[in-house]
Design a protein around this ligand. Sequence first.
Ligand code: R5P
Length: 343
Amino acid sequence: MTETPDTDRSLPRVIFPLPGNEALAEHLARAGGWPLGTLETRRFPDGEAYVRLLDNVAGKAVDLVCTLARADEGFLRLVFAADAARALGARKVTLVAPYLAYMRQDRRFLPGEAVTSQSFARLVSSSFDRLVTVDPHLHRYPALSPLYGIPADALQAAPALADWIAAEVTAPFLIGPDEESEQWVSAIADRVGAPYAVLRKIRHGDRNVDVELPDLTGWRGRQPVLVDDIASSGRTLMEAARKIVLQGFAPPVVVVVHGVFAEDSFECLSPLCSRIVSTDSVPHASNAIALAPLLARGLAVHISAEGELIRHRRPPEPVDEVDLAGMDSFPASDPPSWTSGGH
Ligand code: R5P
């Protein structure tokens, strides 16, 4: 990994939170010693968004802090804030999005599908000068640069996860939920000084996942710790937790970077685990690992992980093959989708 100073580092900067991101923005401002700006927003009676920046941004670097979990709800408002900052004279507008949305539809699984990772990247790239995020779900893309047309820094939460585990869990035994997570989990285990194993996951649909376990009984007596980048539907972790207990282990501790926890997944997962923790990339009751120090450092330098895969989930495919990809995977949605017309 290489680090180069941000060329606009000498600019005064001001941090603005979008709604729901107040705590992280405040921690970030404190960690970097930067002022916190005030952004006013509301909905007009017809639901359209009103946005106003209440601080002078002329000549400054403006950082808009907005996690992108449930991005559809607030994305326009975020774009309006970026446009306003630029129109008011900001020299550089950065999106600090600790969770980056739309990374999982990274190919056309069925004919006619939108490859939303590409569309979303184009929209973000046309509104911001820089993106700073944490552990984006890089699967078929080796890095953000083939997708994003702006400098996009992907910071890594793995050391923070490892330090939390080392401090909080006695005799941990780390478990990654799928074979592709091996490189990532082994790096965390190495920092913790603990053994690890990976499971085998077969996904049949959005909410339909099978997990196969090797024989882990040699590690019985240690505390299993399931680590993953995202808990979304939570099905991966639920299946893994159920099966770990069947091999005679205590209920696992779950540690994830992004606690998206869709629908009732947290309520369903909780009884299967002894503890569930996440970073504060998505505000949630499970947040226990603060990202502000990592983000503050990431704002001050450009971090390039080119050539070093953040999570080597599969050998990367060339981008044009992603575009032309065949339909060899699971359907994108298992509940009936809305369709227009006679389908
Ligand atoms: C897999 O590729 C990811 O690392 C996660 O395991 C997955 O995205 C979790 O999804 P869910 O919570 O919907 O099972």
